[in-house]
Design a protein around this ligand. Structure first.
Ligand SMILES: [Zn+2]
Length: 507
């Protein structure tokens, strides 16, 4: 038996739950994000209850979760039976881990428990769950979930009378239970106006029509290359067909990708997952297969290509890569949201105002976000400079203000430059190449202009050599230009002399 210690927040959570029960709340919901160690905390409580000679049933709705829970209970030294298809029942044991479906069918056979724990209890309003609760009206019930709300406006307050909140996602990141993350939403808004909503969720077939768009799929591949190239990523798609198309687009771009769904034969699926684990497959596309509790190895990134209205689904998918990697303590999870889920739910660490009240606020978070036009990073609305690419967010009004300010600065710079030139004039003759060079620098003129202006005043080969020196030209340039200059000067002199003669005559 491995020794397990509780973190202070885990102890606090257990104390808080116990305190609610002692206040005569028989049904308590405990909120804890993934990474909080829900199974350890609940297991701890189960052990306490067991030691007092009471019976517990811990029920979950997926087979994968039964295995995981059983392993944790073993670590905690809790002898337990399993009520699930394919397992022999051991009902004499005071602790039972049960699959919801199997338990609901065997309710008469299973002795009533004193304590019921419902994992992922946002499902608890479903009929099978209600059947179990109705069968054991005297049991104390603890429901655990990361998202204590259910879709379609039905409220958990119908079942639970009290709520205990565990640590926040940010606390868990600080403690190292979850990794930090970077959240990108690089696509321009996807138009979901044609997508119908039924039972609080987008209609899948409508979503598929929107998301099978070639440009959107191209963006998914491009942005993976830009933001997560070479990283292991799970891509959540709308449905099986969409998932296959996306996987193919990745393959066509030379990225090892695969598609996997519930119909994929078990052995093939195991092989794909294994190839993903060892890095032979970089991008694993699926439609909701790897969401809740499914045992997929650690990954570095997630691609959200399935718009959802379910906060639960969003949290499960977006937080997938936030599991720490012992081999990479610096790991930062990359979340690429192509479907603006963040605009509906905030980020994984957004604090939500959970409520058991009958009419909770529609939007239970107050953290409007925006995505950077340059790199796609999602940041709070008030952000002025993108922490990732230094892009400056400014409104049109601010732009105008900046322009006026900028012009002001420009005038000041020009004025200063003029003053500088005035001062320099003292040290350089107005005809010297140095003088023209000063002007050129402040006005951004080319060197050729300096040479042209200075040549006009050259009266000797030495003058030309000096100009060449200042402008960085070769001696040959000075020689050639002096020859040309000489010709011009002599012809000017001739003209002058002629004019002089002429004027003398007229006089
Ligand atoms: Zn940016």
């Amino acid at each position: 038996m491995e020794e397990i210690f509780l973190r202070p927040y885990q102890e606090q959570f257990i104390v808080d739950v116990r305190s609610e029960f002692s206040k005569n709340h028989r049904r308590v919901v405990g909120v804890a994000p993934c990474g909080a160690g829900k199974t350890i905390m609940t297991g701890w409580m189960v052990r306490e209850v067991e030691r007092r000679g009471k019976r517990t049933i811990f029920f979950v709705h997926r087979h994968e979760l039964i295995k995981q829970t059983s392993e944790t209970f073993e670590q905690l030294g809790i002898p337990h039976g399993i009520i699930s298809a394919g397992y022999k029942m051991q009902l004499d044991l005071p602790v039972q881990i049960a699959s919801v479906q199997t338990l609901a069918k065997r309710l008469e056979k299973v002795p009533a428990p004193d304590f019921l724990i419902c994992d992922e209890c946002h499902h608890i309003l479903a009929d099978t769950y209600r059947k179990i609760l109705d069968a054991y009206p005297k049991a104390f019930l603890l429901g655990v979930t990361a998202t204590p709300q259910r879709m379609g406006g039905i409220n958990l307050g119908d079942v639970f009378s009290s709520m205990v909140e565990g640590p926040s996602v940010d606390e868990l990141i600080k403690l190292g239970n979850l990794t930090a993350f970077k959240y990108f939403s690089p696509s321009e808004g996807i138009d979901l106006s044609s997508v119908r909503v039924k039972f609080g969720e987008f209609v899948n077939s409508d979503l598929a029509k929107v998301m099978e768009n070639k440009k959107i799929i191209g963006n998914i591949v491009e942005n993976y290359k830009r933001l997560a190239n070479g990283k292991s990523a799970i891509c959540y798609c709308v449905n099986v067909k969409h998932s296959k198309i996306v996987a193919e687009a990745f393959q066509n771009a030379g990225i090892s990708a695969a598609h996997c769904d519930g119909e994929t034969p078990k052995q093939t699926r195991a092989r794909l997952v294994e190839n993903f684990r060892v890095g032979k497959i970089k991008v694993l596309c699926n439609a909701e297969l790897f969401s809740e509790g499914f045992d997929v190895p650690n990954m570095q990134a997630v691609i959200l290509a399935r718009p959802t209205k379910s906060l639960t689904l969003y949290i499960q998918q977006a937080m997938r890569p936030m599991r720490p990697d012992p081999d990479d303590p610096e790991k930062i999870a990359i979340i690429i949201d192509h479907v603006q889920n963040y605009s509906r739910f905030g980020l994984p660490n957004t604090v939500h105002a959970w409520s058991l009240a009958p009419n909770p606020p529609k939007k239970n978070f107050e953290a409007p976000m925006k995505s950077c036009k340059e790199c796609g990073l999602v940041v709070p609305l008030a952000t002025q400079i993108c922490p990732d690419c230094r892009y400056e967010f400014i409104t049109e009004e601010e732009k105008d203000e900046r322009l006026i300010e900028h012009e002001g600065i420009l005038t000041r710079i020009e004025k200063e430059a003029d003053e500088l030139i005035q001062r320099r004039r003292i040290s350089h003759a107005l005809t010297s190449p140095e003088y023209f060079m000063e002007i050129a620098k402040t006005k951004n003129y080319q060197v050729g202009w300096v040479a042209y202006k200075a040549l006009e005043h050259a009266t000797s080969y030495e003058d030309c050599l000096h100009i060449a020196d200042v402008c960085g030209y070769k001696k040959g340039w000075a020689y050639y230009n002096w020859r040309e200059r000489e010709k011009k000067i002599s012809s000017e002199r001739t003209r002058q002399r002629t004019t002089e003669k002429f004027s003398r005559i007229t006089l």
